[in-house]
Design a protein around this ligand. Structure first.
Ligand code: FES
Length: 102
């Protein structure tokens, strides 16, 4: 699969979360404090509600629908059922953040 451009890296900062809809898929970029920028599935595994309605505090992403909480570094669910967010391969090319839709 090809890498798809999402945004310019300079438009993001450490501690940010940014939701995208690309080719019909919800993608959530998370850049945890002290961690690496990552691209996760943008739908909550509980009831597939988009994380675009979630809250990221720089470390944990909370789905506001039912308060499941995910670690922004690993994608592991910390409050809710045992699960881990799917992750998309991510790269930065010439200052542009790209993800590979697998
Ligand atoms: S849909 Fe996210 S916690 Fe229920």
């Amino acid at each position: 699969m090809a890498y798809i451009p999402l945004c310019k890296l300079r438009n993001l900062m450490e501690g940010d979360a940014a939701p995208f809809n690309v080719e019909g898929r919800e993608i959530m970029l998370l850049w945890p404090d002290g961690g690496e920028l990552q691209a996760f599935d943008g739908l909550c595994p509980h009831q597939r509600i988009p994380f675009s309605r979630g809250v990221f505090n720089g470390r944990y992403l909370t789905c506001t629908a039912h308060d499941w909480v995910f670690d922004g570094r690993s994608g592991e669910c910390r409050q809710g059922e045992d699960c881990t967010l799917a992750r998309y391969p991510l790269r930065v090319v010439d200052g542009v953040v790209e993800v590979e839709l697998t």
